[in-house]
Write a protein that binds this ligand. Structure first.
Ligand code: WTA
Length: 567
C-alpha cells in the first residue's frame, strides 16, 4: 500500500488538513463540490478524460468527458438560475440512474442550491412527505415519473417547477411544467459558480427512523474533505481506475461515493441503469474493465446464489479492489469473493448522517471476515454502555457505537427537526443507533440496530411508515411491522394486522391490502407477508411491542418482557 501508506502509518499523524491540502482548500476559502467535481479536474489537464460511462436499457450507451460534465452541469445550473432558483433553495432530483441525475446533482451544487435526491421508485405519498418537509422549490424528473409529481403538486405550494428531461412534445405542459432537453440545447461554457463556503448546505438526503416521518439529513460543502479522502484511502480509487458504484444516488452511497468521491478524484466511473442480473453485472465489469467495485451485501449474496460457474465465463481479471456497504457483510460472502474473484470484499460501515465511511477494512489491513474493520483515521469511535453512555473498556462486550463529533462530512442538522437531531448525541458522542463489540485488536463486529428500523437489502425501512400506510386502509384496525429473516436480503418486511369487526383475514384480504399500500410505499418497503392476528402484544400503556413479534420471527428468546411492559 505504498501509495497511500499503511493504516497504522496513516493513524500516526493524521489530520484532515491532508485532504484540505490535496484539494488546495484553505479554511475560509470558497469550496463548491460542483466545481471540484468538474471544473477543477479540467483545470488539472484532464478535460478530455472520460468522467462517466453510462449504460441504459437495451445497451444504450453515453460517454461524458470531464469537460462535458463541466459544460452540461453549467447548463443545468444556468437553466435553474434563469428560472429564479437561488442559493439555499431545495431542488429535487427524481430520476432513474440516467446521466441527467449525475449531471443535475453537480449543476444544482454549482448554483448554491441544495440537491435533494429521491429514489425514483418512490410512490406519490413517499414523495409527498419528503417534498413537503423540505419545502422543495423545483423537481427534475423523467416523463415516466412525472405523473406521480402531478398528483401531489396541488398540495405542495412551495413546489414551483416540475422539470421534465425527456418531455414528449405532443403532450401539452401544465402551468408549472418545464422541459430540459440537455442533449438538444447549446451547452454553457462559462458559468459563475455561486460562492459556497464550508458550512453552506449542499445535499439533503431523507432517511427513515423508527418513529415519525423520514428525516432530512442536511450536509454541507465541507463534506467533500471526508468524501474525497475516504474514496482515495478506503475505496483505493486512483487516477487510472475505472470505478463502479452500484448504488442509486437516491441513497447516500450513490451521492457520496457515486458522484462526489469519484468525480472529485477525477476517476472514470461507470453507471448501469439496468435491473440486477448476475450475468449482466459480470458482463458490465468485463466490458468496461472495471477495477474498483463498490457494492452491497444483498447484491453479493445474489451473485453467490447465481453460482461459481457463471463467474468463470467472464474475464474479471480487471478487478483490483472490492468494497461493500449498507448491511452486515457475512463472512461467507467475503470468503466466497476471495475464492471466485481472487479478492475479498472489504466491508465499510457508515450511514446517511455520517456522510462518509466511518469504520472499514482499509486496503492492506488484515481482514477478519465478518468484521467491519477499524475506524478511519481521524474518526474517534467506541462502543458505549447503553445506560451510562460511557465507553466500554473491555474488548468483546457489546455496546452502542459512538463517534466523537467533528469530522467534515457529519450531518449538520435534520431538516426542520432540531429535537431529533439533538437526541442523536449522548454524553458527547454521536450515536448512529447500532450495536457492536470491539475485539482486542480494535476491530468492530456489528451486532444489530438498536431500534426497530428494518434494513432490507441495505435499505432502511421505518416500521412507522408501513404501519401508517396500513392504517389508512378501511379494514385495518391495528398493525405492527417487523423484520423477518431472508436468505438474500437478510431481512424483509412483515406486517401483523388486526382487522376491524366484520372483516375476515384471508388471502383475498391480504391481496386487497397489499394493493392498497403498494400505491403508498416504495417497492422496497412493501411487506412480503401480512399475518392476520386477533390482537397485538402491548405494554400496559398500550404501546405495541414490536420486539416480541420480531423475536418470534427470528426464533429468538423473547427474554424479559417485564421491562418491555413499561416501555
Ligand atoms: C447499516 C448507508 C452492518 C447500519 C451507507 C447503519 C451496516 C445503516 C453497514 C445506515 C455495515 C451500514 N455492516 N450494517 N457495513 N453499513 N449499515 O443511512 O445499521 O442508508 O446505521 O447509509 O445501515 O444506512 P444508511
Amino acid at each position: 500500500m505504498s501509495h497511500i501508506g499503511s493504516y497504522d502509518e496513516r493513524l500516526r499523524d493524521f489530520s484532515w488538513e491532508i485532504s484540505e491540502k490535496e484539494l488546495d482548500y484553505r479554511p475560509g476559502k470558497e469550496i463548491n463540490i460542483g466545481w471540484y467535481c468538474s471544473d477543477r479536474i479540467c483545470l488539472q489537464g484532464k478535460a478530455e478524460k472520460t468522467a462517466l460511462i453510462w449504460e441504459g436499457l437495451m445497451g444504450h450507451e453515453r460517454k461524458l468527458t470531464y469537460d462535458d460534465l463541466r459544460k452540461t452541469s453549467n447548463t443545468i445550473g444556468q437553466y435553474l438560475r434563469d428560472l429564479g432558483i437561488e442559493a439555499g433553495d431545495r431542488v429535487c432530483l427524481f430520476m432513474d440512474k440516467i446521466p441527467e441525475l449525475y449531471i443535475g446533482f453537480v449543476g444544482i451544487l454549482k448554483t448554491g442550491a441544495i440537491a435533494q435526491p429521491l429514489f425514483s421508485a418512490f410512490g406519490d405519498e413517499s414523495l409527498f412527505v419528503r417534498l413537503e418537509n423540505a419545502g422543495t422549490r423545483a423537481i427534475i424528473t423523467q416523463k415516466k415519473h412525472a405523473p406521480k409529481v402531478r398528483k401531489i403538486m396541488d398540495k405542495l405550494p412551495d413546489l414551483e417547477y416540475l422539470i421534465i428531461v425527456d418531455h414528449d412534445p405532443a403532450r401539452p405542459l401544465g402551468a408549472k411544467e418545464r422541459t430540459l432537453d440537455l442533449w438538444n440545447m447549446p451547452w454553457v461554457d462559462a458559468f459563475s459558480i455561486y460562492p459556497t463556503f464550508a458550512e453552506t448546505p449542499s445535499v439533503l438526503h431523507y432517511t427513515s427512523g423508527t418513529t415519525g416521518q423520514p428525516k432530512g439529513v442536511k450536509h454541507v460543502h465541507y463534506s467533500l474533505i471526508s468524501q474525497y479522502l475516504t474514496t482515495k484511502w478506503v475505496l483505493d480509487v486512483r487516477d487510472d481506475d475505472i470505478y463502479w458504484c452500484t448504488a442509486d444516488p437516491g441513497w447516500v452511497t450513490g451521492t457520496s461515493y457515486g458522484i462526489i468521491g469519484p468525480f472529485s478524484m477525477g476517476a472514470t466511473q461507470c453507471v448501469m441503469d439496468v435491473g440486477f442480473s448476475a450475468e449482466a453485472w459480470y458482463k458490465f465489469i468485463e466490458k468496461h474493465r472495471i477495477t474498483v467495485w463498490y457494492s452491497a451485501p444483498t447484491a453479493i449474496r445474489s451473485l453467490m446464489k447465481a453460482g461459481n460457474e457463471l463467474v468463470t465465463r467472464f474475464d474479471l481479471s480487471c478487478l483490483r479492489h472490492l468494497a461493500s456497504v449498507g448491511e452486515p457483510l457475512n463472512s461467507e460472502a467475503v470468503i466466497w469473493s476471495e475464492k471466485v474473484f481472487g479478492k475479498p470484499f472489504y466491508d465499510t460501515y457508515w450511514q446517511t448522517e455520517t456522510g462518509s465511511i466511518m469504520i472499514s477494512n482499509y486496503p492492506g489491513m488484515k481482514i477478519k471476515p465478518g468484521s467491519m474493520g477499524k475506524p478511519f483515521p481521524g474518526i474517534e469511535a467506541c462502543v458505549v454502555d447503553p445506560k451510562t453512555f460511557e465507553p466500554i473498556p473491555e474488548s468483546g462486550k457489546i455496546g452502542l457505537i459512538g463517534f466523537k463529533p467533528g469530522w467534515p462530512s457529519m450531518m449538520r442538522m435534520y431538516w426542520n427537526n432540531e429535537t431529533t437531531y439533538q437526541n442523536k448525541f449522548k454524553n458527547g458522542w454521536y450515536m448512529p443507533g447500532d450495536r457492536s463489540s470491539i475485539d482486542n485488536e480494535g476491530y468492530f463486529w456489528f451486532v444489530g440496530r438498536d431500534d426497530d428500523v428494518i434494513n432490507t437489502g441495505g435499505h432502511l425501512v421505518s416500521p412507522f411508515e408501513v404501519e401508517s400506510a396500513l392504517l389508512e386502509n378501511e379494514m385495518v384496525a391495528e398493525s405492527a411491522v417487523v423484520s423477518k429473516p431472508d436468505d438474500i436480503n437478510m431481512e424483509v418486511v412483515k406486517a401483523f394486522v388486526t382487522l376491524k369487526p366484520g372483516f375476515e383475514g384471508n388471502k383475498d384480504t391480504e391481496l386487497v391490502i397489499m394493493n392498497f399500500i403498494r400505491k403508498k410505499l416504495s417497492p422496497l418497503a412493501m411487506p412480503q407477508e401480512i399475518e392476520f392476528v386477533p390482537n397485538l402484544p402491548k405494554t400496559r400503556s398500550g404501546k405495541i411491542m414490536r420486539r416480541i413479534l420480531k423475536a418470534k420471527e427470528w426464533g429468538e428468546e423473547i427474554g424479559d418482557t417485564s421491562t418491555l411492559e413499561d416501555d
